[in-house]
Write a protein that binds this ligand. Structure first.
Ligand SMILES: Nc1nc2c(ncn2[C@@H]2O[C@H](COP(=O)(O)OP(=O)(O)OP(=O)(O)O)[C@@H](O)[C@H]2O)c(=O)[nH]1
Ligand SMILES: [Mg+2]
Length: 174
């Protein structure tokens, strides 16, 4: 099992990555490009699990080299769990990519990062409702202080591919 950290640019992926992996990190160039990414390991229930800090991307339809690398990394790691990092202040914008990844059938956990800023701005987000609509775990995080990271880690194992049909049934649509 591998864990891929994905999300828009500047949402806090690398701070989350550092929280998860600590110091044992290697910087690499994606083969054939000048796009950098980091790779590390985290301890998950007694197992060493590889974590990749994927370059920021707005969608799975790449618009530049870094986005191309992000999409390639996702496609090459079909067996991975994805932590989708979203800026809580820009929830609507961030959900698009998360939905694309969920639709591709990857097990996803959403980290609603920058939670501290959302609180300051009095932005109210119903975590449980969001989680039940999307069918994936949602965890509020403030990566710079470390708040929510423990909960994020303990939720990763709960990530499972979403059956859209099940969500429709559960929410009473069909
Ligand atoms: N207030 C606040 N700032 C944060 C939080 N997480 C990250 N930041 C800050 O947000 C900025 C971007 O964080 P990065 O971790 O570099 O973001 P990234 O997603 O890796 O960005 P790219 O690699 O450029 O795509 C930095 O200045 C962080 O210190 C958070 O939860 N709260
Ligand atoms: Mg980064």
């Amino acid at each position: 099992m591998k864990i891929l950290l994905m999300g828009h640019p500047n949402v806090g992926k690398s701070v989350v990555f550092n929280r998860l992996t600590g110091a044992n990190v290697t910087e690499s160039n994606y083969p054939g490009t000048t796009v950098d990414y980091s790779k590390g390991y985290m301890r998950l229930e007694g197992e060493d699990v590889e974590v990749i800090d994927v370059p920021g991307t707005f969608s799975l339809e790449p618009k530049d080299k870094a986005e191309e690398v992000a999409v390639k990394m996702l496609e090459k790691n079909k067996k991975s769990a994805i932590i989708c990092v979203i800026d809580s202040v820009k929830l609507e914008r961030g959900l698009y990519l998360a939905l694309e990844i969920i639709e591709e059938g990857y097990p996803v956990v959403i980290a609603l990062n920058m939670w501290d800023i959302a609180q300051d701005k009095k932005i109210r987000i119903d975590i449980d409702k969001l989680s039940s609509i999307l069918g994936v775990p949602v965890v509020p995080t403030t990566a710079i202080s470390g708040e929510g990271i423990k909960e994020l880690v303990s939720t990763i194992r709960k990530a499972a591919p979403v059956e859209i049909g099940r969500i429709l049934k559960r929410s009473g649509v069909v």
